[in-house]
Design a protein around this ligand. Structure first.
Ligand code: HEC
Length: 204
């Protein structure tokens, strides 16, 4: 029943460089360059102090290695989440080729850490604190059905077989656009009738 095509996760971490109001395209005037040089010199002068500053704001990482029965797991998500902060907080990273991960700059709180990846069963949630080393063991999904539980909603949606009716097939994607205003379709809640499904629920 499952298609053999399987979504792939690119195991590369992305770096985002944010740009405040100050970065404009175009040439800088001599005054701006001088200011930039002055700012740079100041930064260089205080750099040793920044490196030596104790605690550095208290935000510390949780790090470790993810392995399964097949060895280190590369390119799988490691999710650290907590309900201790004023809003629910989660940070997600991806393991490198040797299965190593590092969830950086975590505000001080008690975290639950688990691993999710294609072809794996979600690992049990483990408690961890910033600054801690936590190695995680994760199980291989025994069959296609259990592996597919974490596939993206769109993958599930793409398995729908539409009625053999040209007009219906033309209209269907347009109708679905209305759904996406509020939520994905194909998620566990929208693809299964479970104990939490409300009979007669109208969502729009
Ligand atoms: C205006 C926002 C909105 C739109 C548009 C919308 N939904 Fe929903 N939908 C919701 C919300 C909110 C819930 C969760 C309701 C709850 O849990 O009480 C939900 C829940 C659902 C559920 C789960 C129901 C259950 O009993 O578990 C399904 C299935 C669903 N939506 C399908 C769709 C489809 C298909 C479309 C498009 C045709 C759509 N929705 C459009 C807001 C929307």
């Amino acid at each position: 029943m499952f298609s053999s095509s399987k979504p792939r996760l690119n195991g590369r971490a992305a770096t985002f460089i944010s740009c405040g109001g100050g970065c404009r395209a175009g040439a800088r005037g001599p005054r701006e360059s001088r200011q930039a040089v002055q700012a740079m010199s100041l930064l260089l002068a205080i750099a040793p102090l920044l490196v030596l500053a104790p605690g550095r704001g208290g935000a510390q990482p949780i790090s470790g290695v993810v392995t399964s029965s097949k060895g280190p797991e590369a390119g799988v998500w490691v999710i650290a989440e907590t309900g201790d902060l004023p809003t629910k907080f989660a940070r997600i990273v991806v393991t490198d080729d040797q299965g190593r991960y590092l969830v950086p700059d975590l505000p001080s709180a008690n975290y639950q850490v688990f691993v999710r990846g294609y072809g794996l069963l979600d690992s049990p949630r483990q408690a961890a604190k910033p600054g801690q080393q936590l190695n995680v063991k994760v199980g291989i999904a025994p069959d296609a059905r259990s592996a597919a539980q974490v596939y993206p909603a769109a993958w599930w949606l793409s398995m729908l077989t539409l009625p053999d009716d040209k007009e219906f097939q033309r209209k269907f994607p347009m109708d679905m656009k209305d759904c996406f205003d509020c939520h994905q379709v194909g998620t566990k809640t929208t693809r299964e009738i479970g104990p939490n499904s409300a009979p007669g629920l109208r969502c729009s």
